[in-house]
Design a protein around this ligand. Structure first.
Ligand code: ZN
Length: 211
């Protein structure tokens, strides 16, 4: 794994500087894959994309911004005063829900990205062995979010069909899940199809690790 430069961004609203790490190269050695498409790869860390500015609260995606500067480790430039700069942090569940009501979510692709993060943030609780819902509101939010994602995501490519199948399974809609899974024709999905089918037969709605 080879780290890339630290990328410096400026909040488009207030100008506050935000630093995000980058990666020159990595690999998927030791990676774990889950039914909701999440990959946990120690040699391929992911860096935040959606940011809530710690200074003014504005939400924006870093991939929609140009870095204002790049800092290289072992470089003289690293005299830079990093104390004035916020480190990019991935928003937690509460902030993600808040972001849905903001300007950043008006673009369909952004709304999908935020809702996918909400979905996986709930699933993370299950991945970590905790209960997914702390209260009834959580449950309503999770289900509603899955339903909206199903309405927003078009099954243009196979991997979108897998996402839709998983969302339907999470809602307990096993017949729809199986229909979507069985519409995948490419052989490379055979192992995944088997595991999704077994989960549906067992009436399992929670995220699971793919073998
Ligand atoms: Zn700001």
């Amino acid at each position: 794994m080879l780290p890339g430069p630290t990328l410096l961004y400026a909040c488009p609203k207030c100008g506050q500087k935000i630093a995000n790490e980058s990666l020159m190269s990595g690999n998927t050695f030791g990676a774990r894959y889950f039914s909701d498409g999440k990959r946990i790869a120690p040699m391929l860390p992911e860096f935040p994309d959606l940011i809530r500015c710690q200074s003014c609260g504005f939400f924006f995606f870093l991939h929609e911004q140009e870095p204002v500067d790049e800092l290289y480790r072992f470089d003289d430039q690293f005299d830079f005063d990093l104390s004035e700069i916020d480190q990019a942090q991935a928003p937690g569940l509460d902030d993600l829900v808040l972001a849905l009501r903001e300007e950043v979510a008006r673009k369909k692709e952004n709304e999908i990205a935020i809702r996918m993060d909400i979905w996986r943030a709930f699933n993370d609780r299950s991945r970590n062995g905790n209960s997914m819902f702390l209260n009834e509101n959580d449950k309503v939010l999770y289900h509603r979010n899955c339903e909206v994602l199903i309405a927003l995501i078009e099954p243009k490519e196979d991997h979108f069909k897998v996402t839709l199948a998983e969302l339907n399974r999470n809602l307990g809609l096993f017949d729809t899940c199986l229909k979507l899974i069985n519409s995948l024709e490419d052989q490379r999905w055979n192992n995944l199809k088997k595991q999704f089918t077994m989960a549906c037969e067992q009436g399992e709605t929670k995220v699971f690790e793919l073998k």
